[in-house]
Design a binder for this molecule. Structure first.
Ligand code: URA
Length: 498
């Protein structure tokens, strides 16, 4: 017997799972099943009957590793994806319980590659989608055109809701339209680029900003093309500047070399305030290798170089896989040249949504301690070792997950360059992850706190506890005692940097 399993949409994971359960229970082998999406023309099996209803749940357990990957891979545009998933499920059911650990198996490798491609596509959508502002009779609306490679529109809609919750927006893709009116999400058929107005008032600002952060000495057109495929360029206002900047680059580099390494910068239309560096501060030598390019560009003001660094992270296509779940990278904030630079572990739930470091419960406690130590927070630069929120989704809550050594190593160049550009007098490590990121060693925080150790790059790092350690102390007396010790540490760091 052959059956045709018809899914409601191209990424209908619920429908696939239900059909697959019924098929397995009825003993239907992969070659007996034709998978289709509603509206597709019938294939080889013509009008074959639908699969039997799903079996009782719990008849056989499917490894979580498989379901997790399958849920992502089903969004891939490969027409074979449903059959590939069912083929794997069938083999697991037939006794290959550890199949998902065999990454050399061609079908497993294909599933992993598909999930990876889908995650990359989502990452590109997060990074390269640009809204244009339009005035309609019903008020202001933001509209974006985007061409994903895979069926990711519905899965990624939540990301844009969280990020642009207060705007009314529409994302148009060739296959789908996603709308948000401030309260409800809606999905409709796809559209075309012509549905999205070509220009708006925000664009000149973007263009000026991009021109300001463009560094001719770092010009690598091939890398630019690899990271930002051409099809996205047309949607991004800043890329209108690229041809002119490319044309001017050789001359700008020649001028830069003639002036001993200083690149001229076009003036941004929007002034960016760069506070003067306090004269008592001896800047830390910038981290060597990665920062060499930042230094080469000596005339670029550090605030713009920090913005450039952020762009660089946004454009990376080798970010750890879990970062696709985060809303956005969270960079440091505070004045360039601040005497003290604080490094935390990673953004938490509130930081991830607001895009700012230390604004959640740990941040509020940190602010109180800084105030008690006589160090107003806005005089310090505050950042994190890891720039994305790592968490385990559990129902509605997002449970903090500690970064591992690989995560810390991945973000280290960004942290070290950030330190080099801010050039503080003293870096303060808040907790174990920060200490590990800065020193490259797993030092015991409790034994190291209150002392100054040497970072990988040779600069001084003052160690203390992470504010969330104080939040975890159960009794009030203990909390008060530890709060005072933390304030003492901050005062000691402040004196060292004075
Ligand atoms: N914890 C951190 O380490 N960093 C933040 O930004 C917030 C909480």
């Amino acid at each position: 017997m052959a059956v045709a399993a018809i899914l409601a949409g191209p990424a209908d994971f619920g429908g696939w799972r239900q059909a697959a359960r019924g098929l397995v229970a009825a003993g239907l082998r992969p070659e007996q099943v034709e998978w289709r999406v509603a509206g597709d023309a019938p294939g080889l099996f013509g009008d074959a009957p639908a699969p039997p209803p799903p079996a009782e749940p719990g008849r056989f357990t499917v490894p979580r590793a498989f379901m997790g990957l399958a849920e992502i891979a089903i969004r891939h545009s490969d027409p074979e994806r449903f059959a590939l998933l069912y083929g794997l499920l069938w083999r697991i059911h037939e006794g290959e319980a550890a199949l998902m650990q065999v990454s050399t198996d061609p079908a497993v490798a294909r599933l992993e590659a598909m999930a990876k491609a889908v995650r990359r596509d989502a990452h590109k959508m997060h990074a390269f989608l640009r809204f244009r502002q339009v005035e309609t009779e019903a008020g202001t609306r933001h509209i974006a055109w985007f061409e994903p490679d895979h069926h990711i529109e519905e899965a990624e809609a939540d990301f844009f809701v969280r990020r642009f919750a207060s705007l009314r927006w529409t994302i148009v893709t060739p296959r789908r339209t996603v709308g948000w009116d401030g309260e409800n999400l809606s999905f409709g058929p796809g559209g075309s680029r012509a549905d999205v107005p070509p220009d708006d008032a925000v664009e000149p600002l973007w263009r000026a900003y991009y021109a300001a952060i463009f560094n001719p000495a770092r010009l690598k057109p091939n890398a630019m093309r690899a990271e930002m495929p051409r099809k996205y360029w047309r949607n991004m206002p800043e890329t209108f500047e690229i041809p002119r900047l490319l044309a001017e680059a050789p001359q700008r580099v020649r001028e830069m070399v003639a002036r001993g390494g200083a690149a001229p910068n076009p003036q941004p239309q929007r002034p960016i305030h760069v506070p003067a560096q306090p004269s008592s501060v001896q800047p830390i030598a910038a981290p060597r290798v990665e920062a060499a390019m930042d230094l080469l560009d000596a005339s670029k003001d550090p605030a713009l170089a920090l913005a450039d660094l952020r762009q660089e992270l946004l454009g990376r296509n080798d970010l750890p896989d879990w970062t696709t779940r985060a809303t956005q990278p969270v960079f440091g904030e505070g004045p360039v040249g601040a005497p003290l630079l604080f490094v935390g572990e990673q953004p938490g739930d509130e930081e991830d949504i607001q895009g700012r470091p230390f604004v959640g419960p740990a941040g509020r406690l940190f602010n109180r301690a800084m105030e008690a130590a006589g160090l107003p927070r806005d005089t310090a630069y505050v950042t994190n070792a890891v720039k994305h929120f790592k968490f385990t989704p559990t129902g509605k809550r997002r449970l903090h997950q500690s970064p591992d050594a690989g995560d810390i190593t991945y973000y280290r160049p960004f942290l070290l360059r950030e330190v080099g550009l801010v050039a503080p007098k003293l870096v303060v490590a808040l907790g174990a992850s920060a200490l590990q990121a800065l020193t490259g060693k797993k030092l015991p925080v409790m034994k190291t706190r209150g002392t100054t150790v040497t970072a990988l790059e040779g600069h001084p790092v003052f160690a203390t506890v992470h504010p969330s350690y104080l939040l975890r102390i159960p009794d009030q007396d203990g909390q008060a005692r530890e709060f005072s010790r933390f304030v003492e540490d901050l005062k000691a760091a402040g004196q060292q940097a004075a």
